[in-house]
Design a protein around this ligand. Structure first.
Ligand code: ADP
Length: 754
C-alpha cells in the first residue's frame, strides 16, 4: 500500500511538472487565435522576462558563487533580452519603428540568437575561471550596440527576410549554425557536468535542446505569421521555461543547489573529513583529548570516555584539571598546561600523570602533547594523546621490587656470590665475597676475567666454557694475586676456598654463571689436625700389624700340612684380614702424607701403554667376573712414579669391578689430546648421582647407593688417586649417570724425557 501511494504521489508530481509548461504553452498558444501579434508579444515577453530574471538571480547571488557560469549567462541574457525586446517591438504590425519591414525583426532575431548561442557555448569557461564582470558588460554592450547599429542605423546587417519571398539563405544558414553552436554548447557543458547540481544540469540541457528545435522551425517558415513561425515560438517558450526552472526557480526555492553549490560541496567534504577524523580518533587505542585555553575539554574520543567511565557529554565542556585529575596532582599538571598553552615548552614533550575515573580509581596515562594554533599562529588549544600505562607501571614496580629483593639477598648473603657473563667477565660481586678476598670495593675487581685467571684451574675453566657446573676447592694465594696484579687485596698469605659454579641460562641460551664462594681455611686446618692424628695412629699401627702379618705367615706355613680344616680356615681368615688392615693402614699413611704434603714420588720414564696392558692382564686373571677391554693407545712415554700411577689405575679398576656387579664389561680408553695422556675407565654399573660426583674425591666419602649395598671400602682410594695425579701435574674427574655407569678420567701431561 505504502509503495502504491508513493508511486501515485510520484506520478502526480511528474504530471504536474509536465502539465505546467504545457498549460503555459497552451495559454500563450490560444492567444494566437485571437491575435498573432499578441501571441508573438506574449511569447517573446515570456522569454525576455525569464532572461532578465536569470540576470537578477545571478547578479544578486554573485558574491556566493565561485562558479561564474550563471553570472556570465545572466549578463549575456540581459543583453540578449534587450535585442529580443527590440525584435518584439520591430515585429511586423507593431508599428514602433516606421520605415522598416519584417527584415528588421528577423535580423534582430538572428543577432539575438547568435549572441545567445555563443554565450551558452562560452559560459562553461567560467565554471572555474575568474570573471571580469565589468569587462563582460562592456564587451556585451559593444556587441549589442553593434548589432543594433548595423540593423537600425547602418543597415548593413545581412538581409534575413524579403517581403513576399521569405527567408534569405543567410537567415536559414544562420539558424543551422546557431543550432550547431547550441549543440556544441551541450557537449561542452556535458563535459563539465560535475560542476552542476544534477537537476540544473538536466534542465539546461533540456532548454538548449528545445532551443535547437525552435531554431530549426525558424528555418522553415515563409510568412512571419505562418505555422512554423508559431511552433518555433512555442518551442522557444518551452526552452525558456526550462531555463527559468533551472536558474530562477532553483535559485529562489533551493538556493543551495545553485548559489551555494560550492559551499555545499565544501561542507560535504568537511563532514567527510570530520567523519574520517572521528573514526580514526575513535579507533585509535589511545586517548585523544583537546583542551581549550579555559582548561575545558572540547573533544574526547571513545577510548578516553571508556577509561574515564563517563559519557562524552559528561566530559565535554568540563574543566579537565578540576574534574579528571586527582587533587594532589592538579597543581603540577596545570603548570605543564600553562607552559604548553603559552608556548613555553616544546609541545611534543612526553608527560605522565594519573587521571581520575568516575569510580574514583586512578589510571596512569603517558601523554604526548600537540598545540593547536589559529590562523595567526596563536595557540588556542592543546591536543593530547595518551596511553594507559597503569598496568605497565604496575609490572615495572613489581619487577623493581623483586629486583630489590634479590639485590638485598645478593648483598646481604653471608656466602660470597659472584656473577660472571658467559665470556668469563665478572659482572657482580657481593660484600661477603669481597671480604673473603680482602677487596675493599667492587670496582677494584672490575674487569676480572675468570678465563684468564692463573689461580683458576684449567679443569674449572673448561667445564665453565662448556656450560657445565663445577665444585672446586683450592688454595688461593694472595702473593700470586699481588704478583699478577689481578686485583687490589688487603690480605696476604693464602686461604682455602670452596667454590660452586652454577651456570644460568634463559630459554636455553647461556647467560653466564654464578659462583658461591666459601672460605674453608679453618675447616681445612681442622682436617689437617685430624690427618696428623691419623698419620700418627697409622704409624703406630704399622709396626704391630707388620709383626702380626709375619706371625700369620709363619703360622700358615706351620699348619699347611695339617689336615685340620678348621685351623686352616682360621689361619686363612687371619691372613686375609691382616691384608685388609695392611691396605687400610697403607691408605691412611698415604692420607697422612698427603695432608702433610709429604707424599713422595719417584719420577722416572716409563711406558704407560705397557703399564695399562699389564694391569688389565693381572685383573683379568684375578677378577674373572668382568671382561676388560682396551681401546686406543698412547704415543709417548711418560715421566712419573710408575708404582703410584699403577696404584691409581688399580684403584679405578677395582672400583669399576666392585660397583658394577650386574655387568660384565669394562672399557679402558686411552687418548692423547693436547699434549696429554688421557685414560678413562668406563663401567656400566650403579653410576653416581650428580650432586655426589665431586664429593667422591673427598676423604671417607662413599655414595648413598654404595652404602646401601653394603660393599666394603673406606672411601679413601679416589682421594689418594686424585692427589697422586695432581702431584703429577694432571687432573682427575668423573662423568657418570645414575643407573647407567661411570667414566673415571685421568690426564697426565707428557714431559720431555730426561
Ligand atoms: P671405596 O671404593 O673404598 O669406598 P673410593 O675412594 O675408591 O673408596 O671411592 C669412593 C666412593 O666413590 C665409593 O665408595 C663409591 O661410592 C664411589 N665410587 C667410586 N668408583 C665408583 C664407580 N666406578 N661406580 C660407582 N661408584 C663409584
Amino acid at each position: 500500500m505504502i509503495f502504491l501511494n508513493f508511486a501515485k504521489k510520484l506520478r502526480l508530481e511528474y504530471l504536474i511538472e509536465i502539465l505546467i509548461p504545457l498549460s503555459i504553452v497552451a495559454v500563450i498558444y490560444s492567444s494566437s487565435f485571437y491575435n498573432y501579434l499578441l501571441f508573438h508579444g506574449i511569447s517573446e515577453a515570456f522569454a525576455i522576462l525569464t532572461m532578465v530574471g536569470i540576470f537578477m538571480v545571478a547578479w544578486n547571488g554573485k558574491r556566493f558563487m565561485t562558479n561564474k557560469y550563471f553570472l556570465f549567462l545572466g549578463i549575456s541574457f540581459l543583453f540578449v533580452s534587450f535585442i529580443d525586446s527590440s525584435h518584439t517591438l520591430a515585429y511586423k504590425g507593431m508599428g514602433v519603428f516606421p520605415g522598416y519591414d519584417s527584415n528588421l525583426a528577423t535580423q534582430l532575431w538572428i543577432g539575438a540568437r547568435y549572441l545567445q548561442a555563443i554565450s551558452l557555448l562560452v559560459a562553461p569557461l567560467f565554471i572555474k575561471r575568474k570573471l571580469n564582470v565589468f569587462a563582460t558588460i562592456i564587451v556585451y554592450f559593444i556587441i549589442t550596440s553593434l548589432i543594433l547599429a548595423s540593423t537600425f542605423y547602418w543597415r548593413n546587417f545581412p538581409t534575413a527576410y524579403v517581403e513576399g519571398v521569405g527567408l534569405t539563405d543567410f537567415k536559414k544558414i544562420s539558424e543551422y549554425i546557431i543550432s550547431f553552436i547550441s549543440f556544441l554548447s551541450i557537449l561542452y557543458i556535458f563535459k563539465k557536468r560535475k560542476a552542476f547540481n544534477k537537476n540544473i544540469f538536466f534542465l539546461i540541457i533540456l532548454a538548449t535542446v528545445f532551443t535547437i528545435f525552435s531554431e530549426l522551425m525558424f528555418t522553415l517558415y515563409v510568412g512571419v505569421y505562418s505555422f512554423f513561425n508559431l511552433s518555433g515560438h512555442l518551442l522557444k517558450i518551452l526552452a525558456f521555461y526550462f531555463f527559468y526552472k533551472a536558474i530562477i526557480e532553483t535559485g529562489l526555492a533551493q538556493p543551495f543547489n545553485l548559489l551555494f553549490l560550492d559551499l555545499k560541496n565544501k561542507e560535504k567534504e568537511l563532514t567527510l573529513e570530520k567523519d574520517k577524523f572521528t573514526q580514526y580518533v575513535n579507533l585509535a587505542n589511545v586517548i585523544f583529548v583537546v583542551i581549550d585555553q579555559e582548561q575545558k575539554v572540547i573533544l574526547i574520543n571513545k577510548k578516553g570516555c571508556e577509561i574515564l567511565g563517563y559519557r562524552e557529554e559528561e566530559i565535554i565542556g568540563k574543566n579537565w584539571y578540576e574534574n579528571f585529575i586527582p587533587e594532589r596532582e592538579r597543581k603540577r599538571v596545570k603548570v605543564v598546561f600553562k607552559k604548553l598553552i603559552t608556548g613555553n615548552i616544546a609541545p611534543v614533550e612526553h608527560f605522565e600523570n594519573p587521571i581520575l575515573t568516575k569510580k574514583g580509581e586512578e589510571r596512569i596515562i603517558s601523554w604526548h602533547n600537540t598545540v593547536i594554533k589559529d590562523k595567526k599562529g596563536k595557540i588556542i588549544s592543546i591536543l593530547s594523546s595518551g596511553e594507559d600505562v597503569t598496568k605497565k607501571r604496575q609490572i615495572e614496580d613489581e619487577l623493581k621490587e623483586s629486583e630489590e629483593r634479590f639485590k638485598s639477598i645478593f648483598i646481604q648473603s653471608p656466602i660470597g656470590i659472584e656473577l660472571f657473563d658467559k665470556e668469563g667477565k665478572m659482572i657482580a660481586v657481593n660484600k661477603a665475597s669481597l671480604k673473603i678476598f680482602g677487596i675493599k670495593k667492587s670496582s677494584d675487581v672490575k674487569g676480572f676475567d675468570i678465563f684468564k685467571d692463573p689461580n683458576t684451574s684449567d679443569f674449572v675453566k673448561n667445564s665453565l666454557k662448556r656450560g657445565k657446573g663445577v665444585r672446586y676447592q683450592h688454595i688461593f694465594d694472595f702473593e700470586k694475586v699481588k704478583q699478577f696484579k689481578l686485583h687490589k687485596t688487603t690480605k696476604s698469605g693464602a686461604i682455602t676456598v670452596d667454590t660452586i659454579f652454577t651456570p644460568f641460562s634463559k630459554k636455553g641460551s647461556s647467560l653466564g654463571f654464578l659462583a658461591q664462594v666459601r672460605e674453608i681455611t679453618k675447616e681445612k686446618e681442622l682436617e689437617k689436625r685430624k690427618d696428623e692424628f691419623i698419620s700418627i695412629a697409622s704409624h703406630e699401627l704399622k709396626t704391630p700389624i707388620t709383626s702380626i702379618k709375619a706371625f700369620a705367615q709363619i703360622l700358615e706355613r706351620r699348619f699347611i700340612d695339617l689336615s685340620d680344616d678348621k685351623s686352616r680356615y682360621i689361619i686363612n681368615s687371619l691372613n686375609e684380614q691382616t691384608d685388609k688392615l695392611t691396605n687400610l693402614i697403607r691408605d691412611l699413611l698415604d692420607v697422612g702424607k698427603i695432608g702433610e704434603g709429604k707424599l713422595k714420588l719417584k719420577k722416572e720414564v716409563f711406558d704407560l701403554n705397557l703399564l695399562i696392558k699389564k694391569a688389565i692382564e693381572d685383573f683379568s686373571h684375578t677378577h674373572e667376573s668382568h671382561k676388560i677391554e682396551l681401546k686406543g693407545s698412547l704415543k709417548k712415554r711418560i715421566v712419573g712414579d710408575e708404582g703410584r700411577i699403577s696404584q691409581v689405575l688399580s684403584n679405578l679398576l677395582i672400583n669399576a669391578i666392585k660397583y658394577s656387579p650386574n655387568s660384565k664389561k669394562i672399557i679402558v680408553h686411552v687418548k692423547s689430546p693436547n699434549g696429554k695422556a688421557v685414560i678413562c675407565v668406563e663401567d656400566f654399573g650403579f653410576g653416581i648421582r650428580l650432586d655426589e660426583q665431586q664429593k667422591i674425591f673427598e676423604r671417607f666419602y662413599r655414595t648413598e647407593e654404595i652404602e646401601n649395598h653394603n660393599l666394603s671400602g673406606f672411601g679413601l682410594g679416589l682421594y689418594i688417586s686424585k692427589e697422586i695425579i695432581k702431584r703429577h701435574g694432571g687432573e682427575m674427574w668423573v662423568e657418570s649417570r645414575e643407573g647407567v655407569g661411570s667414566k673415571f678420567f685421568l690426564s697426565l701431561p707428557y714431559q720431555n724425557e730426561r
